[in-house]
Design a protein around this ligand. Structure first.
Ligand SMILES: *Cc1c(COP(=O)(O)O)cnc(C)c1O
Length: 452
């Protein structure tokens, strides 16, 4: 008898998909329009892929957030987090609706000025502010949120040269029961760094301390973390009142409220798993109101909410390039948009809807982007009805961070369109061209002739 050849054991993942002879029911109904404008028309006019933002939704989100906080706390001010989406049309929509600006770099600061935001309404955050940046912010009387001691000492030096006191806050980090802790920005509450910085500011008297700032993390799935954070911030503010008779104008609780996107590996859909705006507002307002402030010394509550205000107002429309079968039998669909313009697909399972009527039977498939790169996977598993080359899809919840973090790679970046509250689409960013790409490139003269 012949000895059998050794066969290496393999573990194979069970594929979901067609579950019975009639197939799996497909949940996502087709989405054929955005705010009344047909997807087909948007793609015809602006190309595929194309980002579409709903101004109506942006304004509704801000209004709802304002209502959640202002029905619980009397002094509330939102400041739009530029890095979340700094297309000028978006920033201006937020400013028109009453939001100030929150920036984390020099060019964002200049963008806010150019968008017409008065200096005192631009909150300047971030660890990287040069002396020039600080001077510019002082000249425009903007609140400077100090990140580290070197910045504090540089401000002390600059304060000697200028004719009015720089207005500052310090950024605080702390244990809110959510780990890993965000302790790389600002001064720590528990280990005494925060008080060390405050004592230096108060004793030197060169800076006008107007507030306290924190930003405890992003996509925070716990409202109670904000209750803990607000309690610690209030404790610092009251401590300043006790030690120095100093009443700060505001407590800035930063951003970080979760959007309705679904995190990879999450069992529940994002909308069912994350706290509501009311939950966050309740946590913060009740902490501040029970901290023991005198009624006439209640600080303003500043909020720098980013993703929660715009994620669900953004859509990416795209087109199917091709379908194929992988070697293990799985269906694969190649789309005309990839991870370079959908950065958040690295941690979210984006909801994707077909944009035309299709069969209600669905199959598990892999969604690839168009890049010549193995990592270009938009969804590893998604249950979609049969899509054919040329069919269109809508990717949901892409308004936050995708446009600002998008990377020009292999393909040109798409146009961005905003649909106004009346339902009229406006081009707010042109599709890239070879020309936009090569702007700034310089070819040395000796390479003018390539001689082929
Ligand atoms: C990024 C950032 C925000 C906005 O965060 P979201 O998670 O989008 O709400 C607010 N404040 C600061 C300091 C930030 O760095």
């Amino acid at each position: 008898m012949q000895k059998k050849a050794y066969e290496r054991p393999v573990i194979q993942r069970v594929q979901t998909g067609i579950t019975s002879k009639v197939g799996a029911q497909y949940g996502n109904r087709p989405v054929t329009d955005i705010d009344g404008v047909p997807v087909k028309q948007l793609i015809e006019r602006y190309g595929s892929p194309v980002f579409v933002l709903s101004e109506r939704k942006i304004r509704q989100n801000l209004e709802a957030a304002n209502r959640a906080f202002k029905t619980r706390y009397p002094k509330v001010q939102f400041a739009w987090s530029y890095k979340t989406n700094y297309l000028n049309a978006v920033c201006r929509a937020f400013h028109q609706a009453g939001s100030w600006a929150e920036v984390v770099s020099r060019f964002e600061y200049e963008k806010a000025l150019k968008n017409g935001v008065p200096g005192p309404k631009i909150l300047f955050n971030g660890p990287d502010k040069t002396d020039e940046d600080l001077r510019l912010a002082i000249q425009h009387d903007s609140p400077i949120h100090i990140d580290h001691l070197d910045e504090l000492y540089r401000l002390h030096a600059i304060a000697d040269e200028v004719d009015h006191k720089p207005r500052v806050a310090i950024r605080i980090n702390m244990d809110t029961g959510v780990y890993p802790m965000w302790d790389r920005f600002g001064f720590n509450y528990e280990n005494g760094q925060a008080w060390d910085a405050l004592n230096k500011i108060m004793t030197m008297g060169k800076l006008e301390l107007i507030g306290l700032h924190t930003h405890i993390g992003t996509y925070m799935m716990s409202a109670s973390a904000y209750h803990i954070a607000a309690t610690k911030m209030a404790d610092l503010a009251l401590g300043l009142r006790n030690r120095y008779g100093k009443v700060v104008t505001y407590i800035d609780m930063g951003g970080g409220f979760a959007s309705h996107n679904t995190l990879k590996g999450s069992y529940l859909k994002g909308a069912d798993a994350v706290p509501s705006m009311d939950d966050y507002a309740e946590a913060i307002a009740s902490a501040l109101l029970s901290a023991g402030f005198n009624q006439d010394e209640l600080p303003w509550l500043y909020l720098e909410t980013g993703r929660a205000l715009i994620d669900d107002a953004g859509f990416l429309l795209g087109t199917v390039i091709s379908n194929k079968r992988l070697s293990d039998g799985r269906k694969a669909t190649i789309m005309d948009f990839g991870v370079n313009i959908l950065f958040t697909s690295f941690w979210y399972d984006h909801k994707i809807s077909p944009a035309q009527d299709s069969s209600s039977y669905a199959e598990d498939s892999v969604l690839y982007g168009p890049l010549c790169m193995n990592i270009d996977v938009v969804r590893e598993h998604v249950t979609l009805p049969p899509l054919h080359a040329g069919d269109q899809v809508v990717v949901h919840y892409v308004g936050a961070y995708n446009i600002t973090q998008s990377m020009q790679f292999i393909t040109l970046r798409p146009a961005v369109v905003m649909i106004d509250h009346k339902g009229t689409p406006h081009l707010i960013k042109q599709v890239e061209s070879l020309e936009t790409l090569e702007r700034g490139e310089v070819t040395p003269d000796y390479l003018n002739e390539i001689g082929l």
